[in-house]
Design a protein around this ligand. Structure first.
Ligand code: ATP
Ligand code: PAU
Length: 384
């Protein structure tokens, strides 16, 4: 690498503008949480809520974030890791006015990072920004992030059924045990028994990456959001083989299957003389979303059953607060558990790992700081 470039980066780092930046670099997305130090107010002011600025959306379409020194949440596509590096370089490392006593990335040149990309891109971050990624275990971070949110943020968890969202009251003393299902590119299922005791009990490779990858191939969609949007307008019955298709319109009531239940996802085309182009992209997207959400809901339930867990929290960016996805998962859990287990969703769904990495900085006041900020501005979750 040219030396001029290295020097330029070093100069930027010395000026510094952000403290406590943490990354979760996954197979599909890079999630970033940071606390900016370019606010003129003190951290005390900020955590005590003296700001009148509140939640603000940035003018570009990259993010919604909290301005003036509160926690910021961003995401980037992992395939565009260079955009993430450019963002850190130009937006976060260049501001002046970092306070001396802050443990800023500018001072230490080390940032906490989790996810497989913390290994994969370690050299790239070092080379381009002079930053060392301090790797934190992905499962540790997911659990730390989830426990923190569930204990700290009012209205973090909610159920979703038939289009109705209902916030759950979580008693802190009665949080454990639960099953955490993180639906990223792949899916991890973690039995959480206490603040520090957890075990990854299962997983499936049929996850968000499968939905997006197959969807891209089958529908020619250019973005994940476009695929989700298509699925809104689709009808899965055109693609899925229903019980009624097999039973001449009848239910198979003896085993509890109505005629409208899906007997075989994507099964309809086998008996039709049609090509891919003859099917509507909307219907394909709908079936795909249903198939994957239903499958994850079912595997999650089976694992909850395996360990006698009644509560299942679903996180990960696959969900995207999307009603059909949440409905399908909830119906699957409800159906298989005969109403015994509950699917719950998290408002900060995609940021569990990044938040966990953020909270792994050792400064003891960090958790308190994040606690106050999230309490006060719980809507800070979304970015694109
Ligand atoms: N804008 C987007 N671009 C790409 N995928 C998106 C987008 N929004 C949501 N997704 C979905 O979210 C999934 C990624 O979720 P998440 O960021 O939680 O996982 P990850 O950390 O990338 O994956 P893993 O943990 O398996 O490495 C994608 O596979 C896709 O299904
Ligand atoms: C490999 C990870 C943990 C990376 O985040 C994730 O993509 C995952 O849980 N995949 C599922 C792998 C499996 O258990 O079959």
């Amino acid at each position: 690498m040219e030396s001029g470039r290295v020097e330029a980066k070093m100069e930027k780092k010395e000026s510094g503008g952000v403290s406590h930046l943490a990354l979760d670099i996954g197979g599909s997305l890079i999630k970033m949480v940071y606390f900016p130090s370019n606010s003129s107010r003190s951290i005390d002011d900020q955590v005590n809520g003296s700001s009148k600025d509140g939640l603000a959306a940035s003018s570009d379409d990259h993010h919604y974030s909290l301005l003036n020194g509160r926690l910021h949440f961003f995401k980037f596509e992992t395939s565009k890791v260079d955009d993430c590096i450019d963002f850190i370089s130009s937006e976060l490392l260049q501001h002046r006015g970092a306070r001396d006593n802050e443990a800023s990335i500018s001072g230490k040149n080390i940032i906490k990072a989790t996810g497989g990309g913390a290994f994969k891109f370690a050299d790239l971050f070092k080379e381009r920004l002079g930053i060392t990624l301090d790797k934190v275990d992905e499962m540790d971070c997911l659990v730390r992030g989830a426990n923190f949110l569930l204990k700290t943020v009012h209205h973090e968890a909610f159920t979703y059924m038939n289009g109705e969202k209902e916030y759950a009251q979580i008693d802190h003393k009665d949080l454990y045990p639960y099953l955490l299902v993180n639906i990223g590119s792949g899916v991890s299922m973690i039995k959480v028994e206490s603040d520090s005791k957890f075990e990854r009990v299962s997983g499936t490779s049929v996850g968000g990456g499968t939905f997006w990858g197959l969807g891209k191939l089958l529908t020619k969609c250019k973005s994940f959001d476009e695929l989700l949007e298509l699925s809104h307008r689709g009808n899965n019955r055109v693609i899925d083989m229903l019980v009624g298709d097999i039973f001449g319109g009848l239910d198979y009531s003896k085993i509890g299957l109505t005629s409208t239940a899906i007997a075989s996802s994507f099964g309809k085309p086998i008996s039709e003389n049609k090509e891919l182009e003859d099917y509507r992209a909307e219907d394909i997207a709908r079936s795909l979303l249903r198939m994957i959400s239903n499958n994850i809901g079912q595997i999650a339930y089976l694992n909850a059953l395996r360990f006698g867990l009644k509560r299942i929290f679903f996180g990960g960016f696959f969900i995207r607060g999307h009603s059909y996805t949440m409905d399908t998962i909830s119906v699957a859990v409800n159906f298989w558990s005969k109403g015994d287990a509950k699917a719950m969703f998290l408002r900060h769904e995609g940021f569990l790992g990044a938040l966990g990495a953020f909270l792994s900085y050792e400064e003891h006041d960090l958790a308190d700081m994040a606690h106050h900020m999230l309490q006060e501005f719980p809507q800070s979750s979304y970015s694109t």
